[in-house]
Design a protein around this ligand. Structure first.
Ligand code: OXD
Ligand code: MN
Length: 591
């Protein structure tokens, strides 16, 4: 008798009509074979799926060029299909599940003709973790099949785990014909199903990532009492060897990866990496909040990554311990056969092909690498990976950090007054947009908890769920906000960022350990300048003071904007957030 999984795969194969159905075992030998197929048989337009790169400098690496219209997440084509619109909320595009299925069924009929359907069994989270979830994705492209092996714990042992059960998360993915007008990324939270067609881009196609581990998982978390968050997970070791674990929510391409691998500028301090994108937060048996990273890879932004900004990532990319490693839409140095991107160390190479494979002419003023070009690489290659990474229990969290890209207004760091106020600080977050989505870049967008693109249900209920976590925890983490991006009148960044951010993390630890007091402002508590460790970094005192400046008048337009944003949720907004908004209005003389 067929298992529920086998029945589902057969049903999908009947609809998509691939030439072949291939069940992946997740082995390295298999990955080699699939990459070879992508180098020889499969194509996107005129491009092969993979080009082998120089394996001496970047061992096991391949270049992938995507369809030129398929370079970022397409939020306007992403839907969350709850049975009613109110559950999805104004923060999601919504379609009724029946209508969505009808549309997808039509688009999927025969969509894999001439192709192979890869069946990928994988686990989000360590298989021994009580928080982990078993999943199966179908895909018709080698790039996605092998990327899933880098990003998730994929293997035939997961099939044994699923056995005869119906309890697994399903993903159907086809690149279709890449027509942006027939591109949909649809989520069916009540069925644990994601169905994505027309895109091979990571966030749209690696369905274990944003689609399951955030959109569907956030809904599971809401019903089951936990949180699925867009967060990096780090351990900060102090000179005495004590490690403090923290999570940091920041919008896409705002520095989570750099923070996760921070190379400390302060002697004796060290940052250990547990994750750069997603955290699942559960209340452990001792009442503390524990984080696991359900992924095992980085899908990071290449431009700007260098030995200066993120040496640990460059070392990760060159480590050669795990097969394979992909660069997507970077430029190519044809003299050395190495990937290249803006911001990489050294001079701009003379002979470059741009991200679409055309000869690059810098005189055109365009970028050679796509601004959202990416690498996909195993976390086990990271020199700073935490020894707790595979701990099925996760790590106990002492601090939650919210951060966005704000050139004005927001101080370098401040601490919330308490849990409710901290949740409000997360809910009022905004950030300037980046190339990670198809929005225009550089526009201010409200992005609560960096989850505006990923919360799979009504955000008002999500805020309520966050507020309610406090009562169920014994030792709630402290909540901090950071902004590395404030600029001065000349348009220059006021804070050097990167490895120097350890100074801010140290202040947080000193607060957690009650070693220092803080200065009250209308928006939260900022450091007394004497408590910020500045040894080895010269910043004039008046500039430092400006980094922490909070002027109530400047906050008025911000508060009005917040109010407008929260207004969309109407009476569903939880009291805790409304009360905090009213408090802030009073403090900036708006009430
Ligand atoms: C990502 C994103 O790829 O947030 O992590 O877009
Ligand atoms: Mn992300």
């Amino acid at each position: 008798m067929a298992t529920p999984l086998e029945e589902w795969v057969e049903e999908c194969a009947d609809l998509c009509k691939p030439d072949k159905v291939y069940w992946c075992d997740g082995s390295e030998e298999e990955a080699c074979r699939i990459v070879k197929i992508g180098m020889t048989e499969e194509k996107i337009g005129d491009n092969k799926i993979f080009y082998e790169l120089d394996h001496k400098t970047y061992p096991n690496s391949y270049l992938h060029r995507s369809h030129p219209t398929d370079v970022a997440r397409t939020e306007h084509l992403t839907f969350v299909c709850h049975p009613n619109k109110e559950i999805a909320g104004p923060n999601n595009n919504w379609m009724h599940p029946d209508e969505a299925k009808k549309l997808l069924t039509k688009l999927s009929d025969g969509c894999m003709r001439g192709r192979t359907m890869y069946v990928l069994p994988y686990m989000m989270g360590h298989p021994d973790s009580r928080y982990a979830k078993a999943c199966v994705q179908l895909t018709d492209v080698s790039y996605v099949a092998v990327s899933m092996r880098i990003m998730t714990r994929m293997g035939k042992n997961i099939l044994k785990k699923i056995g005869n059960s119906k309890d697994f998360v399903k993903g159907i993915h086809s690149v279709g014909d890449f027509d942006p007008n027939k591109r949909y990324i649809m989520h069916f939270p009540d069925e644990n199903l994601v169905w994505s067609i027309g895109s091979g881009y990571g966030g749209n196609a690696l369905l274990g990532k944003k689609c399951f581990s955030l959109r569907i998982a956030s809904w599971q978390g809401f019903r089951e009492g936990w949180l699925a968050e867009h967060m990096a997970v780090i351990g900060v070791e102090d000179p005495q060897g004590k490690v403090t674990y923290m999570v940091a929510a920041m919008p896409s391409a705002c520095g989570k990866t750099n923070l996760a691998m921070l190379n400390s500028a302060l002697p004796g301090y060290k940052v250990w990496t547990l994750g750069d994108d997603i955290a699942w937060l559960n209340i452990g048996p001792d009442g503390r909040l524990y984080a696991i990273n359900p992924e095992i890879g980085f899908f990071g932004v290449a431009p700007g990554t260098s030995m200066k900004t993120n040496p640990n990532m460059i070392l990760t990319l060159k480590a050669g311990m795990f097969y394979p490693l992909f660069f997507t839409n970077t430029a190519l140095n044809t003299d050395t056969n190495e990937p290249w991107w803006e911001g990489l160390d050294g001079a701009v190479p003379k002979n470059l092909l741009d991200w679409q494979g055309r000869k690059y002419d810098p005189a055109t003023g365009t970028k050679a690498a796509h601004p959202n070009s990416r690498f996909t690489v195993s976390i086990y290659q990271c020199p700073t990976v935490s020894k707790e990474f595979d701990n099925p229990k996760g790590v106990p969290i002492s601090a939650i950090i919210f951060g966005g890209r704000r050139t004005k207004l927001i101080p370098l760091v401040y601490e919330s007054f308490n849990w409710q106020h901290g949740v409000f600080c997360g809910a009022r977050m905004a950030s300037e947009t980046t190339a990670a989505t198809t929005h225009h870049t550089g526009m201010l967008r409200r992005d609560p908890m960096a989850m505006i693109s990923f919360c799979g249900y009504n955000m008002a209920d999500y805020f309520g769920h966050w507020l309610g976590m406090d009562k169920r925890m014994k030792h709630a983490p402290r909540i901090f906000c950071v902004n590395w991006f404030r600029i001065d009148e000349q348009g220059k960044f006021m804070w050097p960022g990167f490895g120097e951010n350890i100074r801010v993390l140290k202040w947080m630890i000193d607060r957690i350990e009650n070693r220092v007091s803080a200065k009250e402002t209308p928006i939260g508590r900022v450091p007394h300048l004497k408590d910020l460790e500045m040894k080895g970094l010269k910043i004039p005192k008046e500039n430092l003071e400006k980094l922490f400046e909070v002027k109530p008048d400047e906050w008025k337009p911000e508060v009005e904007e917040m109010q407008k944003f929260f207004g969309q949720f109407g009476r569903k907004m939880p009291d805790g957030i409304v009360d905090e908004l009213n408090n802030l209005k009073r403090k900036v003389n708006l009430a």
